[in-house]
Ligand binder design. Structure first.
Ligand code: NPG
Length: 372
C-alpha cells in the first residue's frame, strides 16, 4: 500500500473533573488525531490514530504542537516517499528520526488500522490478544483534601473498578494511602504513582509505604535515573514499576537487567507504537516481569487500541483503561462502558471503533490535510 494523504485533526475535550498529578493539572485534553489514507491494489482504505502527547512537555519532553510539527516536517514526508507502507514498515522507515515516540506511534497506529480494516482483521487479534474483556483500574488524581479523595475513590469502587491508583507527590503520599486503606480495607488493590516526584534521598520515607501492602509504586524517581530505581528497589518492599523510564524494548531490557523494576507500565505512545509495546510485553513475559497497560486520558479511539493490547496474556495486572465516562461527558466514539469491572475488547475490523461524525465535529478545533 502507498500512503497518499493524512488528515491532522485537533480536538478539544473537557475532562469531567480536573486531573492533578505531581507535574500539573489537566482540565481539557487538547488532542491530535490522525487519519491516514492509503491506496492499495484493492482500492483506498483509511485508518485512525490518537496521539497521546499533552499540551505541555511536563510528563515527558513531547507535546502536541511539536507532534504535529514533526509529523508534518519529518515523519510524513518519509512515509509519502516510500513505495510501500504498511504497519510493520512504519517503525523502520521512521527510525532515522530520533525520539518523538508519541508522534511515531500515532502514524503507525493509523496505518495499522487502515491495513487491518482493508483485510477485515481486528487490532486485538493481530496483536495476539487472548481475552475478550479486560479488568480495569482507575487513576485518581491528587485532591485538595483527604475527605474529597475518599469520596472520589468511593465513587470508583462502587462503579466496579477493580484497582485504584493514587497519584502521589511529596506531602501527599502516606496520609492519602493510609486513609484509603483504613476506609476500604486491605483487600482493595491499591498502587501509587509519583511521576518522578522523588529522589533516592527519599528512600527511607518511601519505605514507610511498605506497611500498606501496595501492588506497586510507579516511577518514583526521574526518567533517566534507572540506577536510582535499582538502588531504591533494594531499600523498599513495595515493588517498583517503571513508566517514564521505559521508551523501548531496549531500555526495558536494560532496566530489567539492572534490577530497576519488577513491573512495567506499557504505554504504546511512550514507546513508539503498539508493535514496540508488544515487543516489551514479550520481553517481560520471558523474564517474569508483570506488565499492565497505562493510559493518557485517551478518547474512545486510543482506548480501543489500549484495550486490545491489554488483552494480551502477559498483561496480568489491571490497567489504567477506564470507561469513557471517567474522562468525558461525551466520547467521540461509542462509549466504553464498565461492566462488572471490565471493558469489552473491540472485535470489529481494525481498531473496531471509528469517530462518530457529529461528536467529532463538535470537538474539532482545526483540520489540516497533508499530502506528499
Ligand atoms: O486513565 O488515562 C488514564 C490516566 C492514567 O494516571 C494516568 N496517566 O502518569 O500515567 C500517568 C498519567 C498521565 C496522565 C500521564 C496524563 C500524562 C498525562
Amino acid at each position: 500500500m502507498k500512503l497518499t494523504g493524512v488528515e491532522l485533526r485537533r480536538i478539544s475535550m473537557p475532562l469531567v473533573a480536573p486531573f492533578r498529578t505531581s507535574f500539573g493539572v489537566e482540565t481539557t485534553r487538547d488532542i491530535l488525531l490522525l487519519r491516514a489514507v492509503l491506496a492499495g491494489p484493492d482500492g483506498e482504505s483509511e485508518g485512525w490514530g490518537e496521539c497521546v502527547a499533552m499540551s505541555d512537555p511536563l510528563y515527558s519532553s513531547e507535546y502536541v504542537d511539536a507532534s504535529a510539527d514533526v509529523l508534518r516536517r519529518f515523519l510524513l514526508p518519509r512515509l509519502f516517499a516510500a513505495p510501500h507502507v504498511d504497519g510493520a514498515a512504519v517503525g523502520h522507515l521512521l527510525e532515522p528520526v530520533k525520539g518523538h515516540w508519541m508522534s511515531k506511534a500515532v502514524i503507525e497506529t493509523a496505518v495499522l488500522d487502515a491495513e487491518l480494516r482493508a483485510t477485515g482483521r481486528s487490532f486485538a487479534r493481530e496483536l495476539g490478544a487472548t481475552r475478550d474483556r479486560v479488568p480495569c483500574g482507575v487513576s485518581v488524581g491528587i485532591h485538595d483534601s483527604i475527605p474529597e479523595l475518599l469520596a472520589s475513590v468511593e465513587g470508583y469502587v462502587s462503579a466496579g473498578y477493580v484497582r485504584i491508583k493514587l497519584k502521589i507527590e511529596p506531602g501527599w503520599d502516606l496520609a492519602p494511602v493510609r486513609a484509603v486503606r483504613e476506609r476500604f480495607g486491605d483487600d482493595l488493590l491499591v498502587q501509587v504513582d509519583a511521576n518522578t516526584a522523588y529522589t533516592l534521598q527519599d528512600a527511607q520515607h518511601l519505605a514507610r509505604l511498605d506497611e500498606f501492602g501496595l501492588l506497586l509504586i510507579e516511577q518514583p524517581l526521574p526518567e533517566e535515573d534507572v540506577l536510582g530505581h535499582a538502588s531504591l528497589a533494594k531499600l523498599i518492599r513495595t515493588p517498583v514499576c517503571l513508566d517514564e523510564s521505559i521508551t523501548s524494548a531496549r531500555t526495558a531490557a536494560a532496566a530489567i537487567t539492572l534490577g530497576a523494576c519488577s513491573i512495567i507500565n506499557i504505554k504504546p505512545g511512550r514507546v513508539g507504537g503498539y508493535l514496540e509495546a508488544r515487543r516489551i510485553h514479550d520481553l517481560c513475559r520471558a523474564h517474569g516481569i508483570a506488565v499492565w497497560c497505562g493510559g493518557m486520558l485517551e478518547t474512545g479511539l486510543g482506548r480501543a487500541a489500549n484495550v486490545a493490547l491489554a488483552a494480551l496474556p502477559g498483561f496480568t495486572l489491571p490497567g489504567d483503561t477506564s470507561a469513557s465516562d471517567r474522562y468525558f461527558t461525551a466520547d467521540i466514539t461509542e462509549p466504553f462502558v464498565l461492566r462488572d469491572g471490565h471493558l469489552d475488547v473491540p472485535a470489529g475490523p481494525g481498531l473496531g471503533v471509528t469517530p462518530l461524525p457529529a461528536a467529532l465535529a463538535a470537538v474539532t478545533t482545526s483540520t489540516e490535510w497533508v499530502t506528499a
